[in-house]
Design a protein around this ligand. Structure first.
Ligand SMILES: Nc1ncnc2c1ncn2[C@@H]1O[C@H](COP(=O)(O)OP(=O)(O)O)[C@@H](O)[C@H]1O
Ligand SMILES: [Mg+2]
Length: 248
């Protein structure tokens, strides 16, 4: 399998590109837009209420158009909401936690759903993996995103999903690694960087938020995500988390 990982200097540059100020400005802009949008939505709903006795073709046409307006307004509200979820700074609540227990918990959540999709789940936990400080709620989100993507990549065909933990030493420091490995359709070479971009999706009803958010949360922990993948064979997303405090 080919390995894709951004060089260190590139990673630094990227996080500067998405600076705190830009995120803060975008966030307040979104808040400003949300209020008039919900006023529009409420008024459109009231108008629809006024037309509930519509009978004539012209009236019925108006009702149809109002409904289109309302559903588009709701779509805009959803887009803004998910954007806010991405830009809001995650205040990390670091607490000594067990990555193994987190994976066991997640398996409880998704096990039945995976079985329905004819996906065999294997849990390979490193018994030597010690407790270390991370934000369990945010990391649960990361693991769930990766599992969900693996499920999409195997949709219709089934396959095998391996969740694995291990520890490695890099640059003289201990790292915990959480791997999500699937036998899905894989990622073509020209998309291996792009899939981590905000809003990038190859799925018809995809949001393109999953990997961008997972990457961001992992980097906020001082970690990184590696991807190994082969088209038609499968993918392995490895989340590396530093086990010792790092300067962020
Ligand atoms: N396990 C995977 N196998 C193959 N492709 C994947 C996998 N995970 C992510 N991708 C690709 O990355 C894209 C972006 O993923 P993501 O950010 O989670 O957004 P979404 O799931 O909404 O499409 C997906 O549309 C898909 O093309
Ligand atoms: Mg996704």
């Amino acid at each position: 399998m080919e390995t894709h990982r951004e060089p260190k200097h590139q990673q630094k540059k990227r996080s500067r590109d998405w600076g705190v100020d830009v995120a803060a400005i975008a966030g307040s802009l979104v808040h400003e837009i949300k209020n008039p949008l919900s006023t529009l939505n409420i008024n459109a709903q009231l108008l629809l209420e006024d037309w509930k006795d519509a009978e004539k073709p012209r009236e019925l046409r108006t009702v149809r158009r109002l409904k289109v307006m309302i559903s588009e307004l709701e779509r805009l509200e959803r887009i803004l909401q998910s954007f806010l979820r991405f830009t809001e700074r995650h205040e990390l609540s670091l607490q000594p936690s067990s990555l193994n227990s987190l994976l066991e918990e997640v398996v409880e959540l998704v096990g039945a759903q995976l079985a329905q999709g004819a996906i065999q789940l294997r849990l390979w936990l490193d018994p030597g993996l010690k407790v270390f400080p991370f934000d369990p709620d945010l990391m649960r989100q990361v693991v769930l995103n990766l599992i969900l993507n693996a499920r999409h990549a195997m949709a219709g065909k089934g396959g095998e999903l391996i969740l694995r933990t291990r520890t490695v030493a890099r640059d003289g420091h201990p790292w915990a690694v959480c791997e999500v490995i699937d036998t899905g359709h894989g990622v073509p070479p020209h998309l291996r960087e792009k899939i981590f971009d905000l809003y990038f999706s190859t799925r018809k009803d995809g949001s393109g938020l999953g990997l961008a958010t997972s990457k961001r949360i992992t980097e906020e922990h001082g970690g990184f995500i590696e991807l190994e993948t082969e088209e038609g064979k499968g993918s392995q997303f490895s989340v590396f988390l530093p086990m010792e405090p790092v300067q962020r």
